[in-house]
Design a protein around this ligand. Sequence first.
Ligand code: KIV
Length: 277
Amino acid sequence: MTKPVTTVDLLKMKQEKQPITMLTAYDYSTAVLVDSAGIDLILVGDSLGNVVLGYDTTVPVTMDDILHHVKAVTRGVKRSLVIADMPFMSYHISEEETMRNAARLLQEGGAKAVKIEGGRQVVDKVKKLTEAGIPVMGHLGLTPQSVHQMGGYRVQGKTADAARMLMEDARALQEAGVFALVLECIPAELAKQVTEELKIPTIGIGAGVNCDGQVLVIHDLLGINNQFKPKFVKRYANLHDEIMKALETYRDEVKERKFPSEEHTFSMPDDELKKLY
Ligand code: KIV
């Protein structure tokens, strides 16, 4: 078996300029596929609220939701480093609650690290978590848990002032001990500057090619949803159409009694059949 990826490996990958791959996964079967494909990091993202649970935002996702999916994912993984998203308000109320929630994701869920959104306002929490031996990934730029405060899903850090603020947040998170930083929907020039200045790796989503790694939501990459496609998403497959074709063919074959055919049917041995009548 290939050696499991650790947070220390990621630092080395940055130093050696080897791009880091990261994808989301929310269930056992997908985790097996992503892990087998040699993806370095698996995020059990709170995007499961959108793509699995059918919510409009990530805000309704709870600790129990994330924990349930983290357990399924870690059962399927041998090599990738599994990171669990801390959901909305699970790291804001108190230090005690933050610690307890993060500990559950590692102890009960089997994750190796947690991810939290925000900059200087979460630095105290990052320090406490890392002091307790819980690796933390940061997340700056478009932070979906603050969608109602941001007034929608928009590219962040587009003005010089906003870019400077983001740079300050990135420095503060590194100082507090995050092992890597997700940069979501920010101009490529700013992501490049952050990546060059920080010692820890940056993982981009809608942040250009100069980050140390890239992350996508697996449903977007596979084209499971054929509706809205943000600019930063590249569909590597069109599973929506493939799945629809399979479902419609199944429907028609059952209606026409073409399925199951003999190939998919069990028979009784003749001598046993004779005894029956
Ligand atoms: O929840 C998620 O999927 C994420 C990624 C987009 C980074 O936070």
